[in-house]
Design a protein around this ligand. Structure first.
Ligand SMILES: *Cc1c(COP(=O)(O)O)cnc(C)c1O
Length: 386
């Protein structure tokens, strides 16, 4: 055992693999439920796209969270894991007919609709199925977030959502359609957001929009504020659980919910990132001209975040206790961007040492690819090593 890792038992598994600490996951879920539970009408959904490992989904479904899906495949995964369909919401700019049909057949809680053509198709399919689709409109609030440009979603320039200008027109259009029922507004401004001020700005914008709708006597059942709460990639050991208390309190304080309204959250990263580590074996330690490389058997095909978003993941050598040296930790893929971290201080590395790439539970395993004809990494939960 080093840190929380059962390294003796790791030796029997082929690397690389994801390791999920379910003790931490359960504790995170307990805190989410207790902090959200302090506020009337708050409902939390888990954003399946962050990690859809069936065992992880099962634990999250058991905790009572709903699901936020962005594809038909995710709706299937949610149902298989035991999420009740009346707690499933479904967003996405490009929903295929079969995906809409699946949502209709299951009677999901809401389609988060992103355009009028999509609304018309949902209405048409609902009519054919002789059912009523519950729809919310994803509004682009033109609120920025202090995060990486590739993961902001709430600016006018982004492809997501309906512009505020068109909001009333869309709601009135829905009113004319027989097989859709307008239930609420949906927002999502981005990911890995650590400044509560960004969420406060979203609340202020939603308050303005609600005032505007009230003047037109339009009733809204539910407000969905999306997800986006970030985690501390620098300090996975010191801060393993994000500050859910401050997060929910920000919404409780600044969002003016109307009587009877529910407020929905769609958290992905904050639920699962810190419980996951990518475990990889050191293949070679190579001396370069000015630096040394630890070449490991995991690559950008297993965890693409560093290559795609210049994301930082803390790495630990969980085999060695020798004094630290400085390494670039790199993978075997034939791409210069296949670098996990540069100039990282690690306990002296040797061939065969296991490294833990931390905070990899979100947008890790699920984004893996087979580029270079590689196998997809496996995911194990802590119970698998008992
Ligand atoms: C990705 C996504 C989320 C989850 O984002 P996190 O940053 O992982 O919390 C929530 N809602 C929608 C619509 C999304 O696309």
């Amino acid at each position: 055992m080093k840190g929380n890792f059962p390294i003796e038992k790791f030796a029997k598994k082929e690397t690389p693999f994801y390791y999920y600490d379910t003790v931490l996951l359960r504790e995170t879920l307990r805190i989410i439920n207790s902090e959200a539970g302090k506020h009337n009408g708050f409902c939390v959904h888990y954003a399946i796209k962050a990690n859809a490992n069936p065992k992880i989904l099962g634990i999250i479904a058991q905790s009572g969270l709903g699901a936020d899906c962005v594809s038909g495949g995710e709706i299937h995964a949610a149902v298989m894991a035991g999420f009740p369909s009346d707690k499933i919401v479904y967003a996405g700019v490009g929903k295929s007919d079969w995906e809409i049909q699946l949502g209709l057949d299951l009677g999901i809680a809401a389609f988060n609709v992103e355009s009028i053509p999509e609304l018309d198709v949902i209405n048409e399919l609902a009519e054919k199925s002789n059912t009523m689709a519950r729809v919310a409109f994803r509004i682009n609030p033109n609120v920025g977030a202090h995060t990486h440009a590739n993961i902001t979603t709430g600016l006018a320039e982004n492809k997501f959502g309906i512009s505020m200008r068109d909001m009333e027109h869309v709601i009135e259009h829905a009113d004319q359609l027989k097989n859709v029922k307008f239930i609420g507004l949906h927002f999502h401004i981005g990911s890995q957001i650590l400044e509560m001020g960004d969420f406060q700005a979203l609340c202020n914008r939603i308050n303005e929009l609600q005032n505007q709708l009230e003047r037109h006597h339009i009733k809204v059942e539910s407000i969905n504020v999306g997800g986006g709460l970030g985690i501390d990639y620098q300090h996975p050991n010191r801060i393993p659980i994000p500050d859910f208390k401050a997060y929910f309190e920000t919404y409780a304080k600044f969002l003016k919910l109307r009587p009877g309204q529910t407020c929905h959250f769609e958290l992905g990263r904050a639920v699962v990132a810190q419980m996951g580590s990518l475990i990889t074996k050191t293949l070679y330690v190579k001396q370069g001209d000015f630096k040394q490389f630890a070449i490991v058997d995991a690559g950008m095909t297993d965890l693409i975040r560093p290559a795609l978003y210049q994301a930082y993941h803390k790495i630990e050598n969980i085999t060695s206790d020798e004094p630290k040296e400085t390494y670039d930790v790199v993978g075997p893929i034939c791409e210069s961007s296949d670098v996990f971290v540069k100039a990282m201080d690690l306990n002296k590395a040797h061939r065969g040492d296991l490294m833990a790439i931390r905070s990899a539970g979100a947008y890790g395993e699920i984004m893996a690819s087979q580029y270079n004809c590689r196998q997809l990494p496996k995911g194990y939960i802590s119970e698998d090593f008992k």
